[in-house]
Design a protein around this ligand. Structure first.
Ligand SMILES: Cc1ncc(C[n+]2csc(CCOP(=O)(O)OP(=O)(O)O)c2C)c(N)n1
Length: 374
């Protein structure tokens, strides 16, 4: 299927020269014309609400690491337009393939926040039911989720289900072999998969300039025959417009679509990282002025779609979510530590069996032997 412009001309695989944006940094309408239709204001208001709740969740999770209730947390503060935009662009039956950074997306999908954080607390490989939510376990090895997403999308195509998969991937992970294999496979087999590259400019301490010589990460799709686009990832209106088109393209049989969202991670890589060692405060400050939530709020207020009362109600809802999360995380989980070994391979490897035996003997030394299941 050849993509066409609205005037009927065939659309090339190439992304637009500059990232698509509908809003200025201050949240006023950016000059057009826009190659994608503007999303409905009701959808934008829903996105705003989810972004405010997501940011509060993120701040609470960060605080829980300081209280020792969470082992590690990779914040996505500043990336809310991507986290929320991806989920709102999909139908409930579509599949998400997240990385460790996508906790806000998973909360937006409706997964209970404590279940989202079980992995990062170290309680389980995955704290939620992937089949119930159509969300794969959060992936820590870089880019392996892109091949899983391509494979699942291909299976959905063969079943004729009309379902789409969306894989999140970071700028650093686009250097991994799996990412390239996933793009190639998806293109050759017309898998209905959207690759959303959140280019937040750093792979821990490695800046984008050390990561790639490509003019933009969106160009990485071209060589594989994958239609690609770049978008201002801090402009929720643009993210929803482009992802909406990407999902429609995949669902209608156009094959995969790659979206590079230009964004920025405002916090360190995780709470264990010190970002001042590799980036200047002035840079972070520049991105602070492009805050995705403030931009969308200014736009919605300008449209007359958001007033003080509704903004206060949304802020109160976010506080409630944070309070529930605190209560849930302050309750000690009921764990069976040896279960961690039960769901890795169908037949345990000798190494796993050895690790299991080691943990079991450590637990036995701490507890009474008869309390530890074999
Ligand atoms: C295969 C693999 N190699 C190395 C790592 C260690 N590692 C964890 S996060 C990270 C940086 C990833 O950066 P990016 O893909 O840009 O995602 P971001 O963390 O910025 O969301 C690295 C190198 C890993 N998890 N997996």
């Amino acid at each position: 299927m050849t993509e066409r412009h609205r005037d009927g001309r065939p659309r090339p695989l190439l992304p637009s020269e500059r990232p698509i944006r509908f809003l200025t940094d201050g949240g006023t309408p950016a000059r057009g014309p826009h190659p994608y239709p503007e999303p409905d204001p009701d959808l934008l208001l829903r996105a705003y609400r989810r972004m405010v709740v997501g940011r509060r969740f993120d701040a609470q999770a960060t605080a829980l690491t300081k209280q020792g209730r969470l082992a590690v947390y990779p914040s996505s503060r500043g990336q809310e337009a991507c986290q929320v935009g991806a989920v709102l662009a999909l139908d409930d039956g579509d599949w998400l393939f997240p990385t460790y950074r996508e906790s806000v997306a998973l909360v937006t999908r409706g997964i209970p926040p404590v279940e989202v954080l079980s992995l990062l607390r170290g309680d389980a490989h995955c704290g939620y039911d992937p089949h119930r939510h159509h969300v794969a376990p959060q992936c820590t090895p870089l880019a392996t989720q892109t091949v899983h997403a391509a494979g699942l999308a291909y299976a959905e195509r063969r079943k004729g289900s009309g379902r789409v998969a969306l894989a999140f991937v970071g700028d650093g992970a686009t250097s991994e072999g799996d990412f390239h294999e996933a793009l190639n496979f998806a293109a050759v087999f017309h898998a209905p998969v959207v690759f959303l590259v959140q280019n937040n400019r750093y792979a821990i301490s490695v800046p984008l300039e050390r990561q790639t010589a490509a003019p933009a990460l969106a160009y990485k799709g071209i060589g594989y025959g994958v239609r690609s686009e770049q978008v201002d990832g801090n402009d929720a209106v643009a993210v929803l417009a482009v992802l909406g088109a990407a999902v429609a393209h995949a669902r209608s049989g156009g094959g995969p679509f790659l979206v590079e969202a230009h964004t920025y991670r405002m916090e360190p890589h995780t709470n264990a990282d010190d970002a001042t060692r590799y980036r200047a405060d002035a840079e972070t400050e520049r991105w602070r002025r492009r805050d995705p939530i403030a931009r969308l709020e200014a736009y919605l207020r300008g449209l007359g779609r958001l007033g003080d009362e509704e903004a206060a109600a949304i802020a109160a809802e976010a506080e409630e979510v944070a309070a529930r999360l605190r209560a849930g995380m302050n309750a000690d989980p009921d764990l069976a530590p040896l279960d961690l070994f039960a769901h890795v391979y169908r037949e345990p490897t000798p190494q796993l069996a050895e690790q299991r035996a080691l943990l079991r003997s450590e637990l036995q030394a701490e507890l009474h032997a008869e309390e530890v299941p074999v």
